[in-house]
Design a protein around this ligand. Structure first.
Ligand SMILES: Nc1ncnc2c1ncn2[C@@H]1O[C@H](COP(=O)(O)OP(=O)(O)OP(=O)(O)O)[C@@H](O)[C@H]1O
Length: 292
């Protein structure tokens, strides 16, 4: 999937402004952005549901909407018929795609729903319904998956399982674009992050690169040995006392120098932790930089 200077306006309002990025086969890219940043608009354009005004869009090497069979979409809130069993529902979707409905069990097994296949969807948890959505999305072996906040409302275990499924799909070569507000989880589970703000791409890259680009401070959390708090504090001017600990905030390039000074204090120091800026910090840095 390739976007080049993608632009979309709704009347006078510009929802997307010259957005350029791509998602390669096997890559998992997270699309982040505040409400109204343009994420849904971008997804709808890629899916061929709405036209764009400017720039170029290539989806599996063709215009959006052309290679429909190769593209799967999982909307944020999937709704299925509560009276149907998982197997009946997926069987129905298979029939609608001209495929053998008996393939439903295998698809449900792929998303960990084999044992629940004969139960009515009305009895499923939200995480299980989300997996039915993923099973539906997997029909026909899509090469591009567009997932709109796929883990919103899922508990941590369901989220982890869901990402494990995505890992398997990307390992088989599927390109995955997912939007999310859950920053910490995409930090660990995606290859690249794209941040939209006010319709513009304000940051793109692997998290490590964004961390460096943002130039945000690093915190060194020093735990003095028992009774050594004051002694350590005199050697760390500028450090803030937080309970028993001393927190020194510095720019990333200064980190090693500070660590060397801390190490030189020897047994006066019991422990030291280096806390890099979180994805939340990086995200608000880029969003703010853009005046949001
Ligand atoms: N059909 C429409 N008509 C007019 N304006 C629209 C339409 N759809 C979206 N917009 C506007 O375009 C901008 C981008 O909206 P979009 O829904 O793409 O954002 P989003 O990042 O998906 O937000 P959210 O996280 O709330 O889903 C917003 O300012 C929104 O109000």
């Amino acid at each position: 999937m390739k976007l080049q200077d993608l632009t979309k306006t709704y009347g006078p309002a510009r929802a997307l402004d010259r957005v350029t990025f791509s998602v390669a086969p096997g890559e998992r890219v997270a699309l982040l952005g505040h409400n109204g940043a343009g994420k849904s608009t971008l997804m709808k354009i890629v899916l061929g549901l709405i036209p764009h005004d400017g720039g170029a869009v290539q989806v599996l090497g063709a215009a959006p909407g052309v290679r429909r069979a190769g593209v799967a979409y999982l909307p944020e809130n999937v709704a299925f018929h509560p009276a149907l069993t998982g197997e009946e529902q997926i069987g129905l979707f298979l029939s609608l795609r001209g495929q053998d409905p008996r393939g439903a069990r295998a698809l449900l097994a792929r998303v960990g729903l084999h044992d629940a296949a004969a139960r009515r969807i009305g009895t499923y948890s939200k995480g299980m319904r989300q997996r039915v959505g993923l099973a539906q999305a997997l029909i026909g072996h899509p090469r591009l998956l567009i997932l709109d906040e796929p883990t919103s409302g899922l508990d941590p275990v369901s989220r982890r399982d869901f990402y494990a499924l995505l890992d398997g799909l990307s390992a088989q070569g599927a390109a995955i674009l997912l939007s999310s507000h859950a920053l910490t989880e995409v930090e660990a589970r995606t290859d690249r992050i794209v941040i939209l703000s006010g319709g513009r791409l304000v940051a793109e890259g692997a998290l490590e690169r964004l961390r460096i680009e943002a130039g945000l401070p690093v915190a060194l959390v020093v735990t003095p040995a028992t009774g050594q708090g004051d002694g350590v504090a005199t050697h760390l001017p500028g450090a803030e006392r937080v309970g028993e600990k001393l927190v020194l905030t510095c720019k990333a390039p200064e980190k090693l120098g500070h660590l060397a000074r801390i190490a030189a204090l020897g047994p006066k120091v019991a422990d030291v932790d280096v806390i890099p800026p979180s994805l939340e910090d990086i995200y608000s840095h880029f969003s703010r930089r853009d005046g949001q």
